[in-house]
Ligand binder design. Structure first.
Ligand code: 5GP
Ligand code: MN
Length: 323
């Protein structure tokens, strides 16, 4: 059973709260943003006053138009009301960035599905289920536990988080498949069109975006007899859009590959995106954790200070023992 019953403390804390702040991780993806949005609708329907906090940036195309529904800083008037805080899709306390600090003394519920991380609230207020393919499906289970009926908009948010984190039904194992897909079929029964959502979340890219992806694929390096493939992106690439997922999708199909790394130069750090191949026996989330990051068994990341060349060289060397 993936969606085990929620701790009574979580349900009681939500039922008795008036003000609730829902916080997600910085540089949010679809699962994070749509978990926040879906949870907001569930809580609002229970009469709660809900504030959505996320420091952004809302860089990905599929979430950009929802930015105006979020605050990027905590208003002091809200902090003074001592709200209940619900943190979604975060496995460590640093993931939300600076927005969480003002609420340090508030009661905090954590809803997450990462396999590696550091607990940062009471165990009775945590619902962490690594077998859930997305955090939005945890929000759906919570909705059910709170007795809130599903509506079409909430269903579409839950579905969009689900497809984001499963690569549109790709990363679902037989271990969780039946229960997961029964939950998803319920979303479709409530008016979600998988075909329309796919197009809505992919269409509108420029041709130059795909030429850029081709350039990043063109510079891919292979190490350890092809078990590792990696590429990188610098400011000089002048890239618009987020190419990483398209690159992982291609490179993980290459014969013999076990790990794909994508190094992205940021202002003062290198953002390392990490993927391991299903069946490779490599828990890339554990590797990311040991480098100050985190994630899941097959999808993870970390942020590392240093020059791009050094970070690439050191990370490859550290992978030697894992591979
Ligand atoms: P993505 O590559 O799609 O940004 O992230 C893949 C997974 O790894 C996500 O579940 C994400 O939360 C996690 N992840 C990515 N970067 C970091 C990081 O710097 N720190 C932590 N703790 N997790 C990360
Ligand atoms: Mn997620």
């Amino acid at each position: 059973m993936v969606y085990t019953p929620f701790p009574m403390d979580i349900l009681t804390a939500i039922r008795s709260a008036e003000d609730i702040v829902v916080i997600g991780h910085s540089n949010p993806d679809g699962d994070c943003v749509f978990s926040q949005l879906a949870l907001s609708r569930v809580l609002t329907s229970l009469g709660k006053h809900v504030t959505l906090l996320n420091e952004g940036p809302f860089a990905r195309d599929e979430i950009a138009r929802f930015e105006n529904m979020f605050l990027t800083e905590a208003p002091s008037s809200l902090v003074e009301r001592n709200p209940l805080v619900i943190v979604v899709d975060c496995s460590t306390i640093d993931r939300p960035g600076k927005v969480i600090a003002p609420f340090a003394s508030c009661r905090m519920i954590v809803l997450d599905h990462h396999s590696s991380g550091e607990p940062f609230t009471d165990s009775s207020l945590m619902y962490i289920q690594p077998l859930s393919v997305s955090t939005t499906l945890i929000v759906d289970a919570l909705r059910e536990a709170l007795g809130v009926p599903l509506d079409q908009t909430t269903a579409s948010y839950i579905y969009k988080g689900f497809v984001t984190d499963t690569g549109f039904f790709h990363f679902i194992s037989d271990k969780v498949g039946g229960e997961t897909l029964r939950r998803v079929s319920h979303l479709v029964d409530h008016g979600v069109s998988p075909y329309c959502v796919y197009d809505e979340m992919h269409d509108g890219k420029s041709l130059s975006y795909f030429k850029g992806v081709a350039g990043l694929v063109d510079r891919v390096q292979s190490r350890y007899d092809g078990a590792l493939l990696y590429t990188w992106q610098t400011d000089d690439d002048g890239f618009e859009g987020k190419p990483a997922d398209d690159i992982y999708a291609q490179l993980l199909q290459v014969e013999g590959v076990r790990v794909v790394l994508f190094f992205k130069q940021k202002e003062d750090e290198i953002d390392i995106g990490m993927r391991s191949k299903n069946g490779s026996g490599i828990d890339i989330g554990a590797f990311a954790s040991s480098h100050g990051g985190g994630g899941h068994r097959y999808a993870a990341g970390a942020k590392v200070k240093g020059e791009l060349d050094d970070v690439i060289r050191n990370t490859i060397e550290d992978l030697r023992s894992v591979l």
